[in-house]
Design a protein around this ligand. Structure first.
Ligand code: ATP
Ligand code: MG
Length: 344
């Protein structure tokens, strides 16, 4: 649904150059909620602004719903019109809502429809329908200043949906909100994704957001995507930074003569009693040092840090047993790499 290839953005200001995007290949499938996470300055906002051509990419291509938007940039009035039309099918939600304070809630939602040239009657019908969808039908005549942060963001979302977009882009839509309001806005985005089949690309720096609503995620660093995949793929990737940030576990070995391993449960393996099977089959006592279990996209996933008696060499067979059960195993070991198991 959204594909970028070799997307590069170099900002030039006062003789200085900043490479905000450095060859980004992004692929967001139709109907999924895709989260991009990364530290401040990683290039997240630049990416989203290049996807809807608010910002002109320095090089590379952006394709949304099968249309190459980059091919339309600067190609005369006809291409300009096509670009505007294509952009009206991409909704955008902002961190600070960007509502016009002199306009009522309804008039804010109608704004993109005015730009598209819809008649007054059609505009107001659509705006009221959208306000109902986001749970704000009673606030149509209110002004933004009379609303809470969460309500303002609902208006922002209703406005973003005015052009019947196939794609919704959200740049830190919840980072100005308290945790409870954040949850309700995320739930709304999830509902819209399901009800309208909307593809959502959202930028965040909060892991919880990814955990709550995303089907897939990418980690950005220095203008590049360094990891990406569905949440279950990430969990199944040895050493994935995103997976360990999503499900952080901690805990140290209780002595030298111990083996500490991180077990990642995902898919079917999450529901089988593997730890007690392991204990019974090999007659060993297992200590749980830390755990993080959660439901992601309706499936139970999580990690557990466990400790087995004896050194790694003595636990090769039980660890093999866990792997056979389809679990992802990462050995936590600070001894030299030679005795440490490599990736998989
Ligand atoms: N208009 C601009 N002119 C010059 N440099 C810019 C501009 N916009 C962004 N940058 C630079 O590009 C880099 C990436 O910025 P970007 O805003 O995309 O990061 P971000 O990941 O969204 O960060 P944050 O989490 O703080 O919002 C930064 O080094 C930033 O200073
Ligand atoms: Mg940003």
């Amino acid at each position: 649904m959204i594909t970028t290839t070799g997307l590069t953005k170099v900002y030039r200001s006062r003789g200085r150059e900043v490479t905000a995007l450095d060859g980004v290949d992004l692929h967001v499938r139709e109907g999924e909620v895709y989260g991009v996470i990364g530290q401040s300055g990683a290039g997240k906002s630049s990416l989203i602004r290049c996807v809807n051509l608010l910002e002109r990419p320095t090089s590379g291509t952006v394709t949304v719903a099968g249309q190459d938007l980059t091919a339309l940039v600067g190609r005369g009035p006809r291409a300009g019109r096509e670009l505007r039309q294509a952009r009206s099918r991409i909704g955008m939600v902002f961190q600070h809502f960007n509502l016009l304070s002199s306009r009522t809630v309804q008039d804010n939602v109608e704004l993109p429809l005015e730009i598209l040239g819809a008649s007054g009657k059609a505009r107001s019908r659509k705006a009221l329908q959208l306000l109902d969808l986001v749970g704000l039908s009673d606030k149509a005549k209110a002004y933004p200043a009379q609303l809470s942060g969460g309500q303002k963001q609902r208006v922002g979302i209703a406005r973003a949906l005015a052009g019947d977009p196939k794609v919704l882009l959200s740049d830190e839509a919840t980072s100005a909100l308290d945790p409870e309001t954040t949850r309700s806005i995320l739930q709304l985005l999830r509902d819209l994704n399901r009800q309208l089949g909307l593809t959502v690309l959202l930028i965040t720096h909060e892991m919880d957001v990814v955990k709550t609503v995303c089907d897939s995620a990418a980690l950005m660093n220095n203008g590049r995507i360094v990891e990406s995949g569905t949440v279950s793929e990430l969990l199944a990737t040895p050493g994935s930074e995103l997976a360990s940030a999503l499900f952080p576990v901690s805990g140290d070995a209780s002595g030298d003569d111990r083996t500490v391993i991180d077990v990642t449960f995902h898919g079917e393996s999450a529901t089988r009693p593997v730890i007690s099977q392991l204990s019974r089959t090999y007659n060993i006592d297992i200590s749980i040092l830390g755990a993080a279990m959660d439901t992601v996209a309706g499936r139970q996933v999580g990690r557990m840090r466990i400790e087995l008696p004896g050194r790694y060499e003595e636990n090769v067979v039980p660890i093999g047993f866990l792997r056979e059960q389809g679990l992802q195993i990462d050995i936590q070991d600070d001894r030299p790499v030679l005795v440490k198991e490599g990736a998989k």
